[in-house]
Design a protein around this ligand. Structure first.
Ligand code: 4NP
Length: 166
């Protein structure tokens, strides 16, 4: 702990377009962290630049809303160099996203790169399949996996000694 008001824990979720999976992960993680009292910063970004400035996919907004979480205010952005210094944990949604992050990571980054499901016992390395070309069911499936993953991340961070919100 170095005091001050900044959170020691800052988590960035990363997928390809930053309009489907990582916005859902950001929203679900923020809600889970709030519920458990975990003090942290959270954001999301994409490895690609196709959707810069776009709102999350309407199907992602709808599934989040169904679970009581509003992600409509998010706006897509691409991963940038400074993210590797601002975030303590950068969490990829699938293996290709993780490889993309590794390829960009500056040598002196202190950010820990992992995959979402790495925090879930027995499901380490499991990807969250891209629902973009799928149907509503694909979004439901992605949400279920993401919800499991973000809960496990919140628990892991609390176990690792992240500070509680006061
Ligand atoms: P995401 O889904 O990585 O979960 O945001 C995608 C969104 C857009 C594209 C691919 C995946 N795209 O090819 O435009």
């Amino acid at each position: 702990m170095h005091g001050g008001i900044d959170h020691d824990i800052a988590v960035l979720f990363v997928c390809l377009g930053n309009i489907c999976r990582s916005p859902m992960a950001e929203g679900a993680f923020r809600a889970a962290a709030r519920e458990r009292g975990l003090a942290c910063t959270v954001d999301s970004a994409g490895t690609a630049s196709y959707h810069l400035g776009h709102q999350p996919d309407p199907r992602a907004i709808a599934i989040a809303e169904k679970h009581g979480i509003d992600i409509a205010g998010q706006s897509a952005r691409q991963v940038e160099r400074n993210d590797f210094y601002r975030f303590s944990h950068i969490v990829a949604l699938d293996r290709a996203n993780l490889e993309g992050l590794r390829a960009r990571a500056p040598r002196d980054t202190l950010a820990r790169l992992s995959m979402l499901m790495d925090a879930v016992d027995g499901r380490r390395g499991e990807p969250v399949a891209d629902p973009y070309y799928g149907d509503a069911e694909a979004f439901e499936a992605a949400w279920s996996v993401i919800a499991l993953g973000v809960d496990a991340w919140v628990e892991r961070l609390l176990r690792e000694g992240a500070s509680l919100r006061v």
